[in-house]
Every structure is written in C-alpha cells, then in structure tokens.
Design a protein around this ligand. Structure first.
Ligand SMILES: Cc1ncc(COP(=O)(O)O)c(C=O)c1O
Length: 387
C-alpha cells in the first residue's frame, strides 16, 4: 500500500481570479469540532449566516442562504428554479461566465437570446432594450455584474428596470462583485442573485450565497413542472434553511463555520470601508502599472477594482511571467481566457488579498521578472507611484 506525507501547501499570495487569501480566523473556523447539521447550535449559526448575508447583499429577502456548492451551483440554482422548458430568457454575454449562463439556461430548456459585447467591454442597457423588443414573452433577463474573465463591471440598475418593464425577472451574478464593490439587491430590484465565497468574501470555495425576492419565489413555487434538480430545488431547500429544519442534505458544516467567520469580518470592516479599500488598491495598482508603461485592458470607466486585466506588453511571454511569479515569488496570478488568452494577466485584489503591501509585492516581482527578461522596467518608480 502506498502512503504519503501529509499535504503541506506552499505559502502562496493568491492574486489571481480567485480564490483569494483567507484570514487566519476563517481558517481556524474550519478546524473547529463538528456538530450535527441539525444541532440547535448549528441551527442558531445558520440563522446568523442568513442575517449576515442579507446585510452583505443589502436585501431584506427572507430566502437568502448559502447553497452547498461553489458559485456555479448558485448559477444552476437560480436557473433551474426559475426556468421551465420553452421559457424565453435573455442573457448578456461579455465573457466566460455569461457564456456559461447561456449553457445552463439551455440545459433547462430555455429559448435563449444572447446580447453580446466584445470581451472587456460592458453590455449596454440599450442593447438589452433593443433585444427585449424582439421577444414576445421574456421570463428572465440575466447578466454577470463583474466579469472575472475580462475585468469589466456592467452597470445593472437600468437593465433591471428594462427587465421589469418587459415583464421579466432580473437575475444577477455577483460572484466576483459581492464584498468588493457596491451590490445593492433591494435598491436595484434584483429578483434573484448568486455569489461565491472565495472571491471578495475571502472564504475558501464551497458555498454559494443566493437570494430570491418575492417575485422569484412566486415563480419557483408555482411552476407547472418539477424543478429538474432535486439537490437545488428551492422548494425542498427552504424546508431546511427555513423554520421547519427538515433534513434535505447534510450541510457542509465546516464550510458554514468558515462563511460565518468571513461574513463577520466583512461586517466588522463595514461594507463601505471594504469597497473603498478595494477601490484604493486598484487605483494604486493602476498608478504603479502606468509608471512601468503598462495598462488595464478592460473598458475605461468600467474597470473592476477587484480583478485587473493587465495588457501583456508586446514581445513578452505571458505564460513564462506567470510561471516565474509562482515559482520564484510565490505569487499566483491568472491567465487570460478565450479571445484574451495570451493577451492579459488577471491580477486579483480581492478581499484579504486587496492591500497596498500586496500591490507593491506584485509590482516589485513583475519589475524584476521583466528586467531579467531584458525589458527595461522602472520598478522603483512603480512602487513610488503606488504611494
Ligand atoms: C463571475 C463568475 N461567475 C461564476 C463563477 C463560477 O464560480 P465557481 O468557480 O465558484 O463555481 C465564477 C468563478 O470564477 C465567476 O467569476
């Protein structure tokens, strides 16, 4: 029989598209003793998680809880509960995750209309308005708020209004936006939303916070057909996460401990303070990059604070830089995807990772790597520009 040494992860600075670094108290929460998933103390903690999620989503929605599974499970949760075969669904697509929404909606039997924008650009409200005019009975309009694959933040208030004027629900992906920039579920009248734990909430991956408003709950509870997924059926999950506490599946107990602690930290810092910190570190990174002659690739005025798509300079080997960043500096950064493959690096400044010290660590490592490869770069000027 083959045996192995206990796994010892290297000390990485996680500056890619997620996961982000996690606070020591969140890691410590994972190591706490297990209780049962119906233990009264666990149930009390579940209620606190729901309350804190409402505070972070800025919603009063009763049906707000973490789905067991990563952000993609939250995406599926929303579509399988709201879409029935033959429903007309309009989806904004400007990157990987809008594309994935289309796939999920089609698997639910939806007739999907795609509203596309070039990767790195936002989907304009006018495009949604024009597309809605071509659909007879739209059931749902869905869009990704913060496209992690491109670093673009699409403004969604106007799109939400258009969806409602057209008689549709509005569904929003906030996997990368929640906790890192304003997300206002009630003010923006978002009917259904999902997120992930491993980005700006700085918790390990494994849960997907979701929230359904009353319109979405009415659709989900008055369906003609059964929800195609037993595991993600909100009608069954509400009996466990609601007051009845009926066993549905064994909740990932330790992950819920970790989320409880991560949400506590978010709220202790304060949402507005946290957004400001993300903004300031993005501005610092941009100033440093500019001093090195580098720039952000995504649309001006709509660049994400928490995910920076940095243009790879002409003649530089994108993958070699990433590789050396990891092997020599223990810094993980992300590659471009799809049409942006080889053209950008994705630099995450999410949650715990978003600090001035980390911005400087990255710029100094990048300066050294570029200089070693023969491309003259002034890393000192970059560090001074960060402030
Ligand atoms: C915007 C967005 N949506 C959905 C997902 C899917 O989440 P997960 O990888 O946690 O399943 C991601 C993951 O990066 C994402 O960035």
């Amino acid at each position: 029989m083959e045996t192995f040494a206990a796994f010892q992860p290297p000390p990485r600075l996680l500056m890619g598209p997620g996961p982000s670094n996690v606070a020591p108290s969140v890691l410590a929460a994972l190591a706490k003793p297990l209780v049962g998933h119906l233990d009264p103390e666990f149930v009390r903690m579940m209620e606190e998680i729901k309350t804190m999620l409402r505070e972070v989503f800025l919603t009063k929605n009763e049906m707000t809880f973490p789905v067991s599974g990563t952000g993609s499970a939250g995406m599926e949760f929303c579509f399988v509960n709201l879409v029935e075969p033959g429903d007309e669904v309009l989806i904004g697509v400007n990157g990987v995750f809008g594309t994935r929404m289309v796939d999920v909606a089609e698997r639910c039997g939806a007739k999907v209309t795609k509203v596309e924008a070039p990767w790195g650009q936002i989907v304009e409200a006018q495009q949604i308005a024009d597309a809605l005019r071509t659909i007879s009975k739209p059931k749902l309009v869905a869009i990704v708020h913060a496209e992690t694959s491109t670093g673009a933040l699409t403004p969604v208030e106007e799109i939400s209004k258009l969806a409602h004027d057209g008689g549709a629900l509005f569904l929003l992906d906030t996997v990368t936006s929640l906790g890192g920039c304003p997300v206002r579920i009630d003010d923006w009248e978002v009917d259904a939303v999902y997120s992930g734990t491993q980005k700006c909430l700085s918790c390990p991956p494994g849960l997907s916070p979701v929230s359904f408003g009353t319109r979405a709950m009415t659709i989900a509870t008055k369906r003609k057909t059964k929800v195609q997924s037993w595991y993600l059926d909100v009608n069954l999950l509400s009996s466990y996460w609601g007051q009845d506490r009926v066993y549905h599946h064994t909740a990932p107990i330790s992950m819920n401990y970790a989320l409880h602690e991560a949400l506590r930290l978010v709220l202790i810092e304060g949402l507005e303070n946290r957004w400001r910190r993300h903004e300031q570190n993005h501005v610092g990174l941009k100033a440093g990059l500019k001093a090195m002659g580098l720039e952000i690739a995504s649309q001006r005025g709509h660049q994400l604070w928490q995910l920076n798509a940095v243009k790879v300079p002409e003649g530089v080997d994108e993958a070699a830089v990433r590789k050396r960043m990891l092997s020599d500096f223990n810094i993980e950064i992300g590659a471009g995807l799809g049409p942006l493959k080889g053209r950008i690096w994705r630099i995450g400044l999410m949650g715990e990772t978003s600090s001035r010290a980390n911005v400087k660590a990255f710029l100094s490592a990048l300066g050294q790597i570029l200089n070693d490869s023969g491309r003259k770069t002034d890393a000192d000027a970059a560090l001074a520009a960060v402030g």
